[in-house]
Design a protein around this ligand. Structure first.
Ligand code: SAM
Length: 438
């Protein structure tokens, strides 16, 4: 296999080393969820507090902790996002962060772990099929005050300068994935690079509008093409964006780039990645300044009495009801979330906590997995690995005199729900998330 000409030209004498590295097996790495501590044997990824290299690739599907959101399988190079977020400095109290191209959720769950608890995270994905995967991953990760949207970048422009931090992890020509993904190699071509560069320019145009003065934009791709990386960043710099250094240690092997760094598998233990950090000068207003303006909370939706005990710190939450699903979000965010709902297709305006079904409220699968779930409000079924796998396959659980809802847990972590049916517990794990592997 030959390298794309521009990449070979850029690397000069090092091109042969990159080719050799692309012939080696990719390292296996995960990122742990700090909100769901679990023991995993592995060595640290130096640029990411929760990143770990694993000695070998386990059968991830057969680990209930993966399904509980205790970790995310992610290539290590892209975890340098942590250095970029830290370089933004302290985000203001009540910051809004948007991941504009979020599926399947690697960076969104990483942001979820890095942002202060007081921040609102919006994870957006345009593609409906990919949005389903994003939803699953975000709900399993379990961070409260995370909103899911499904909109084109230009749809966000009505919001004006809404965000303190915007992440654009753009669709790209995927050269950095050549080692892990044969499809990335097969589909590569000059036309693809040109198409991607034009699309990235459009996405960044919308994204830059969204950044508050004083805020930051992080731009990343998993390709090495200058047209998709430095050229895109330079266009924003020409419009007043200020490049910010992403502090990385020399020993990590990353190469400096305009406003950012590049990772290559022959230098960094991971795949190919480019990341840049830009600052928008000025002082940020506290509120959205778009055409829609700030939206008042309407205060009309409330958590019903039977749901209140299920939700931790329910008294600080606003409830947003849409059709038969009830969502909870920190009360300070209600206005902002309703602004999003007015402007965009918002598929989850907060943590879904309950669904109205057959004349009663049922706890939502996302509640079991999330930080808002009050475990003590429920009977609990603590399952060992074998029984947890049976549950994740959709099997009913044995029981006697079972009644009401029980929270199914593994290692103390909420997994999902079971409903008492007298002599057994019926399985409420979502059918779409079931393990099919034996
Ligand atoms: N950030 C994700 C992660 O870390 O898991 C990966 C994002 S992937 C590189 C780029 C995403 O952008 C894809 O999910 C793709 O569907 C989406 N996308 C494609 N075209 C887009 C467009 N015109 N505007 C916004 N997003 C787009």
């Amino acid at each position: 296999m030959a390298l794309p000409p521009a990449v070979a030209g850029l690397l000069g004498d090092e091109a042969g080393e990159l080719l050799a590295a692309l012939g080696q097996p990719a390292p296996v790495s995960i990122r742990l969820n700090p909100a769901k501590p679990v023991e995993m044997a592995g060595s640290p990824v130096p640029w990411c507090t929760q990143g770990r290299y694993l000695p070998e690739r386990p059968v991830f599907t057969l680990d209930p902790f993966l399904h509980a959101g205790a970790y995310y399988v992610q290539e290590a190079g892209s975890m340098v996002l942590e250095c970029a977020v830290k370089a933004c400095g302290l985000l203001p109290d009540g910051a809004v962060a948007l991941d504009l191209c979020a599926a399947p959720g690697g960076k969104a769950t990483h942001l979820a772990a890095l942002l202060p608890g007081s921040a609102l995270l919006v994870a957006n994905e345009t593609d409906p099929a990919r949005q389903a995967v994003l939803t699953e991953n975000v709900w399993k990760w379990g961070r409260p005050d995370t909103v899911l949207t499904q909109a084109a970048p230009e749809d966000f422009e009505a919001l004006g300068a809404f965000c303190d931090l915007v992440l654009v992890d753009a669709p790209c020509s995927g050269e950095g994935m050549f080692r892990k993904d044969p499809h990335a190699r097969a589909q590569w071509g000059e036309n693809l690079v040109e198409t991607c560069a034009a699309r990235q320019q459009r996405i960044l145009e919308s994204a830059w509008h969204l950044v508050k003065p004083g805020g930051h934009l992080i731009y990343s791709t998993c390709t090495w093409e200058v047209r998709e990386n430095e050229d895109q960043v330079q266009r924003l710099v020409d419009r007043g964006a200020v490049p910010v250094t992403i502090p990385v240690e020399e020993a990590w092997g990353m190469l400096p780039a305009t406003a950012g760094v590049r990772c290559y598998p022959h230098r960094v233990r991971g795949e190919g990645f480019f990341i840049a950090l830009l600052h928008k000068p000025g002082r940020g207003p506290g509120e959205a300044i778009g055409r829609l303006g700030p939206h008042p909370g309407n205060g009309t939706d409330q958590l019903p009495g039977e749901v209140v005990p299920w939700v931790r710190e329910a008294e600080t939450c606003a409830a947003i009801r849409r059709e038969d699903v009830l969502y909870a979000v920190e009360a300070r965010w209600e206005g902002r979330v309703r602004t999003l709902m007015a402007a965009l297709r918002t598929t989850a305006p907060g943590t879904p906590v309950a669904r109205y079904k057959g004349g009663a409220w049922w706890p939502h699968p996302a509640l079991a997995l999330g930080g808002r779930c009050h475990h003590r409000a429920f009977a609990t079924l603590d399952l060992d690995r074998a029984r947890a796998l049976a549950y994740l396959r959709g099997e009913a659980l044995p029981g006697t005199d079972t009644d009401g809802f029980a929270l199914v847990r593994h290692g103390g972590m909420g997994l999902g729900w079971a409903k008492g049916a007298g002599k057994r517990w019926n399985n409420l794990w979502p059918a779409a998330w079931r393990i099919r592997m034996r």
